[in-house]
Ligand binder design. Structure first.
Ligand code: AMP
Length: 541
């Protein structure tokens, strides 16, 4: 027998309508290129979203078509999110830090129809445009007066486009399983892969992140998402804040600038912020150097990479609670949050330092387990470690346009590529990665591509790259080289110079170490675990 409850679809349109009715006067504040402090309310924001959707409706797009963005965190990006998704299109957020070839690949793979871009990215887009045949127009997120001169074919001014639309636009009814957003991850080997979110998964994820032991947001909060809107929807904050009536503060292209962040926190009364460890180092360095404080700030969510204890202890001195969050693009992204600081009194100093470094407990909706090499589940004793698998309504079931080729080793479970322990209280801790990628400042570096360039060097016999702890970037690549027969004179600087022009600068290894041989598996693959063990005491200092 079924229950007798209404089957109302979970849609992003419902978030927008709720905020218009219940939180109309709550502000959204943004730093943009044309205005250092733009401010308006949810009421004004969503009226403009209707105008934008009305203008977009004239383009004759089909439901499910992709509208892409190459943009910083600000109100125009926020408007594009909602106008695209609530019209039944897919908002494809592109990471501008990818290489031009990767950008061209994902734009073509998604078959993007229009690209909304910040003026900052116009020169980049001009390089790509000729290789992107599906793109019919490039919408520059700018008022007419500040439109940059551009050779982009069919360049459109955002504010002019929006002004042509009517705010009486009526939203279409959407299926809750309809796609709403797309984000490519290069956290896997090979080409970047698309993660396609649905209205339902996005709403459920946003609900879950609001819980007290997750982000714990309410209408009393002022939220500064420093994590980019092109990186897993800024961890859901553009949806969770309008849901609960929290004020949003967007830092624009100043997310790495400690002084701007501190000013925004103090002047806007920010209570909660979210970002990768690298941005907190910038903020803390500014606070220490300037003597400024951030008294309104109650807590920060630190995720995307392991958070150093020193960051947490520095935040302690400012009275700010650090919550470690773990997740993935494939998980919308939030999987677990560590709220141990809320029960500080339960722990000795030593135990607290240990527990707070863990990735936290799963938020309800995400199930986790660790398995051995044969897929057998391992005990949750805090000691056994194995491949971490997850499942839940906001975990991806397969990658975009790879639905047929994706075979999960165990159907119904997603393999994260992380190695973890889980303790009897449910705290998960990441101990290693099985995926061959390195995460530097929150962005992925493919070790395989770096290795391929290294082994092209005529004096190199074999090379392997591993991620090593770095105080600023969380991880940086360390290149380990076996010299070839004619390479006995190969030096580290000669090796590093080889990468110039062959690879993006920030992918270039931080250091080179030479060894006589690399550890191998029985099938001849380099044993990264053994290599990491060999270099466990290595330091970049
Ligand atoms: P992304 O898809 O770019 O968000 O990256 C997800 C990956 O980042 C995870 O699979 C982990 O390898 C890493 N990661 C995310 N959060 C944490 C964390 N709190 N501690 C350690 N690694 C993390």
């Amino acid at each position: 027998m079924n229950g007798l409850m209404m089957n109302v679809p979970l849609s992003i349109t419902a978030i927008l309508e709720h905020a218009e009715r219940c939180n109309p006067d709550v502000e959204i504040v943004s730093v943009t290129r044309d205005n250092p402090r733009h401010r308006y309310t949810y009421r004004e924001a969503f009226a403009r979203v209707r105008q934008l959707a009305d203008s977009m409706a004239q383009w004759g797009l089909a439901q499910g078509d992709c509208i892409a963005t190459l943009a910083w965190n600000d109100y125009r990006h926020f408007e594009t999110y909602y106008a695209a998704a609530c019209s039944g299109y897919v908002c494809h957020t592109i990471n501008p830090r990818l290489f031009p070839e990767q950008l061209v690949y994902i734009i073509n793979h998604a078959a993007d129809r229009y690209i909304f871009l910040d003026p900052d990215f116009v020169p980049l887009a001009e390089q790509l445009a000729a290789q992107c045949p599906t793109v019919q127009g490039w919408v520059v997120l700018s008022p007419e007066a500040q439109m940059p001169a551009t050779s982009l074919p069919g360049a459109i001014c955002y504010e002019t486009l929006l002004a042509a639309g009517a705010d009486s636009f009526v939203w279409p009814a959407l299926d809750e399983n309809a796609a709403c957003a797309l984000c490519y991850t290069s956290g896997t080997t090979g080409h970047p892969k698309g993660v396609l979110y649905s209205h339902r998964s996005t709403v459920l994820h946003a609900y879950a992140t609001l819980m007290p032991d997750a982000m714990g947001l309410s209408h009393r909060d002022v939220v500064l998402p420093i994590v980019p809107m092109f990186h897993v929807n800024a961890w859901g904050t553009p949806y969770s804040c309008p849901m609960t009536g929290a004020k949003l503060v967007f830092p624009g292209n100043r997310m790495g600038d400690g002084a701007t962040l501190a000013t925004l926190i103090n002047e806007e009364g920010v209570t909660m912020s979210a970002g990768v460890p690298t941005v907190w180092l910038a903020l803390l360095a500014h606070l220490k150097g300037s003597g400024q404080r951030v008294d309104s700030l109650q807590r920060v969510i630190v995720g995307g990479a392991a958070c150093p204890l020193s960051v947490m202890e520095d935040f302690d001195t400012y009275g700010v609670e650090t919550r470690v969050g773990w997740g993935m693009t494939e998980m919308s992204p939030l999987g677990s949050v560590n709220t141990s600081p809320a029960s500080r009194e339960k722990y000795s100093d030593e135990a607290f330092a240990k527990v707070r470094l863990k990735a936290g407990r799963p938020i309800f909706g995400v199930e986790m387990k660790i398995v051995d090499d044969h897929g057998a589940e391992l005990p949750r004793d805090g000691v056994a470690y194995g491949s971490l698998k997850v499942r839940g309504p906001w975990v991806c079931s397969s990658y975009f346009k790879l639905e047929d080729s994706d075979a999960h080793a165990e159907p119904g479970w997603f393999e994260t590529g992380d190695v973890a322990t889980i303790d009897p209280q449910g705290f998960m801790a990441i101990t290693d990665r099985t995926k061959d990628v390195i995460k530097s400042g929150g962005e992925w570096i493919s070790s395989i591509e770096v290795e391929n360039v290294a082994t092209d060097h005529p004096k190199v016999a074999e090379a392997a790259v591993i991620g090593q702890y770095h105080p600023k970037w969380s991880e940086r690549p360390l290149l380990v080289v076996v010299r070839g027969p004619n390479g006995q004179d190969l030096t580290a600087s000669e090796m590093l110079a080889w990468f110039d022009g062959r690879i993006a600068k920030w992918w270039t290894p931080e250091a080179v170490e030479f060894v006589d041989e690399l550890p191998h598996t029985a099938t001849g693959k380099v044993q990264k675990v053994a290599l990491r063990e060999l270099f466990k005491d290595f330091s970049f200092d």
